[in-house]
Design a protein around this ligand. Structure first.
Ligand code: GAL
Length: 734
């Protein structure tokens, strides 16, 4: 594997003192809609309060979709303006809102994102857009040194509803906002370049503080202050050499006039996964399900020096394997279980493993592994982008570790259907069938996206009343996977006025039937954000997976609140149907504007380890053509991935939870156990796993899964030092 030389990283965080910022907390809240609720004089004292950084559904409003209002009361001190060097604009930061909002300050509209059902354009959701509205300080409606009311009207078209994803605040737009701190990291040189840019047309003076700390022993390696004069619209560059190890780099710029600070913290990525050896190693799923008569496609994932020679003994009649590529194709008509023996050889050696084929009704006997366009490309996905990630999946060796699905999310559909009501793709996808053939020839699978409503969440044609026709079209294109996203189905559901569980399940049943009659296997991925406890009935509509939460983003807050809240669902995961806590957020992500993930390296190790323990579908959400070595290390550790692909198909259970750490355990087919020891705190922690506390017998053999290294026998317990937001991922057996 070639070492990828350059990793670029951008992170801007601002540290403002409390007096420079008004934290908007404890708003009054009500569901429903009334125009008077924007007025400053309105009496909201009878309303309830709510937290504005968490969606409303988990806060006592289950399954509520529709209108609601938040009202924040706050004092606007003139000192805010006095302490600011630039005095023109206030920033109203609201984080994200699910789905559309109109925002009023003292009755005046100051911003709107998405649109409401009553608007000319009709309802357009914008759940994934950060709201930051600016207000001129000269505005007559501002009440300096008095009480003000910020009223946020929200319309939720489906899902969790309301404000989320950060803590809302108000501050002044100041000279510090014209400073950007960017960091570039040439991994193999262990050198970091800090770029400080002045985006204003005046000189900016200040102090740059650089610090390097060794996180293992908390030792400060570098502590340096540099006084800087940044010329108008110019950048200054500083190169820093960083020693080997788990180093943390803190950089801050303190602006001289205001004392306001912009800062970033960067943990140097450290690679744990050993490179694959020359000798062949067979990876990925050991079992594969197919329906009788459906086209069979499975590429045996193998690492080792190329060329490799594949051979399969006891392959049932109807199937053939390509000796040079390891792609098995054909069809099987008879139900049953077929045990085959795969052998792969090269000039360095040989590997053999059993591979079981089950011909029956069940697909997805292990969680699907692949790629989805959404977290990276958002609605700007195109055939070119799918192809470049698919090609990179092969060229960078990911396909050799079992990654196979290439799923197009929202944004492929034409805005209107053809005269006979058939669905077709927009100009970004000139030939879907050709794309399918191209993927299949490489042994990859082809996935697509739609909604049971009239429109998808991105505003494209949904499948409502065209389900069979759409499923037929998908089949014709060679589709292997459908993600079916609730989106605008809420309108249909409301119009029909039936609030029973059956009414919620109905659209998924309709597509279930449409998929069932297709002459090929289409994995069915339900996406409706966990409404009505989908894990309890997803299996009844033949869902191979179901989203259990709203959308994930590349922050620790999002990752940890989703990932560590899946424990109650463990009994619903099993071969053929999986809980889906959403797609991966490592690598270059960004929903149309890709940037390096904002997760620290430790948070990324936590993400992959936890998703493997949860038996979650693993869908890479980044631009694979831009994959750096660190991300490749996260996605190519066969011992870690084997925990996800284990044929027993059990989901891990949380066996211990304290305020700062959690221990999760997954039982594996061979009698061993995978254990994740997660540090949710902000500093290193020593955690002991005491065997007897969890009914585990004495003297366990322990293997470090990320390092692929045996650690020896441990009599009573296993003690490890775990990085902040990081994980120790082990396997234990007798
Ligand atoms: C959301 C869904 C995302 C993505 C998006 C497309 O509802 O949760 O994963 O599919 O729609 O518009």
């Amino acid at each position: 594997m070639k070492i990828f030389l350059f990793l670029s990283f951008l992170c801007i965080a601002s540290l403002l003192q409390a007096q420079d910022k008004i934290i908007l907390a404890d708003p009054e809240f009500i569901t429903g809609n009334n125009d008077h609720w924007k007025d400053i004089s309105f009496d909201d004292s009878k309303w309830k309060t709510i937290r504005p950084n968490i969606l409303w559904e988990p806060q006592g409003y289950p399954d509520y979709n529709g209108y609601a209002w938040y009202r924040f009361h706050f004092r606007l001190p003139s000192s805010l303006k006095d302490n600011s060097f630039l005095k023109d604009s206030l920033r109203i930061f609201l984080a994200k809102i699910d789905d559309a909002d109109e925002t009023f300050l003292n009755g005046e509209k100051i911003g709107a994102t998405g649109s409401m059902p009553e608007d000319k354009e009709g309802y357009i959701g914008a759940y994934n857009v950060t709201r930051e509205y600016h207000v001129a300080t000269a505005s007559k409606f501002l009440r300096w040194d008095k009480e003000n009311v910020l009223a946020v009207k929200v319309y939720d078209g489906g899902g969790g509803g309301g404000m989320y994803g950060g803590h809302p605040y108000i501050d002044m737009i100041d000279i510090i906002d014209a400073i950007s701190l960017t960091l570039q990291h040439a991994v193999e040189k262990n050198e970091v370049s800090v770029i400080i840019t002045n985006q204003l047309g005046i000189n900016i003076n200040g102090n740059l503080h650089l610090q390097i700390k060794d996180r293992k022993n908390n030792r400060t390696i570098l502590n340096k202050n540099i006084s800087l004069v940044l010329s108008p619209l110019k950048s200054a560059y500083k190169n820093i050499e960083v020693p080997e190890g788990e180093m943390e780099l803190s950089i801050s710029f303190k602006e001289k006039n205001t004392g306001k600070i912009k800062s970033l913290v960067y943990v140097m990525p450290y690679i744990l996964t050993p490179l694959p050896g020359d000798v062949p190693r067979i990876n990925g799923a050991k079992i594969f399900g197919v329906r009788p008569g459906s086209p069979f496609l499975f590429k045996i994932p193998v690492t080792g020096k190329k060329p490799l020679l594949y051979h399969v003994d006891n392959l049932p009649a109807g199937l053939q394997v390509d000796a040079a590529t390891g792609i098995i194709t054909g069809t099987l008509s008879n139900r049953g279980e077929y045990k085959t023996q795969v052998t792969v050889t090269n000039n360095a050696g040989k590997a053999a493993r059993e591979f079981t084929i089950i011909v029956g009704e069940h697909l997805s006997l292990t969680p699907p592994m692949g790629w989805n366009s959404w977290n990276c490309w958002g609605l700007s996905v195109s055939a070119e982008k799918v192809k470049s990630s698919a090609q990179a999946l092969i060229d960078k060796g990911l396909a050799d570790h079992g990654w196979s699905f290439m799923n197009i999310d929202d944004g492929w559909e034409a805005e209107k259907r053809s005269a006979d009501s058939s669905i077709y793709a927009n100009e970004k996808f000139p030939d879907m069938k050709d794309l399918g053939n191209w993927l299949h020839a490489k042994g990859l699978k082809f996935g697509i996206y739609s909604s049971p409503g009239t429109q998808t969440c991105g505003g494209y044609s949904g499948s409502y009343k065209n389900e069979v026709s759409d499923a037929n079209t998908y089949s014709g294109w060679g589709i292997d996977y459908l993600k079916y996203d609730w989106c605008s189905y809420d309108e249909v559901y409301k119009k029909e006025g039936d609030t029973t569980l059956a009414a919620y399940m109905k659209p998924y049943r309709v597509m279930q039937q449409a998929l069932k009659i297709q002459p090929r296997d289409i994995n069915y991925s339900l996406c409706q954000y966990g409404m009505k406890d989908v894990w309890k009935w997803g299996n009844q509509v033949s869902g191979n997976s179901w989203r259990t939460t709203g959308d994930i983003e590349d922050t620790w807050e999002s990752l940890s609140s989703i990932g560590f809240n899946q424990d109650k669902l463990f009994s619903y995961a099993a071969p053929g149907h999986w809980n889906d806590p959403d797609m991966l957020i490592v690598g270059q992500v960004g929903w149309g504007k890709p940037h390096p993930t904002r997760l620290t390296p430790d948070e990324q190790y936590t993400h992959i380890s936890l998703w493997c323990l949860l038996s979650s579908p693993l869908l890479i959400g980044c631009d694979i053509s831009k994959l750096d070595d660190f991300t490749l290390n996260l996605l190519s550790n066969d011992e870690v991935l084997a925990v996800n692909q284990d044929v027993l198909g059990k989901q891990a259970r949380r066996i211990k939870r304290t305020a700062t750490y959690q221990i999760w355990l997954k039982e594996l087919e061979d009698g061993s156990k995978a254990i994740g020891i997660f540090n949710l705190g902000e500093t290193y922690q020593t955690v002991s796993v005491n065997w007897h506390e969890f009914g585990i017998s004495d003297n366990e053999k322990v293997r470090d899964l990320w390092r692929q290294k045996d650690l020896g026998f441990f009599k009573n317990n296993f003690i490890s030092n775990v990085a902040p937001h990081g994980v120790k991922f082990i396997k234990i057996w007798k």
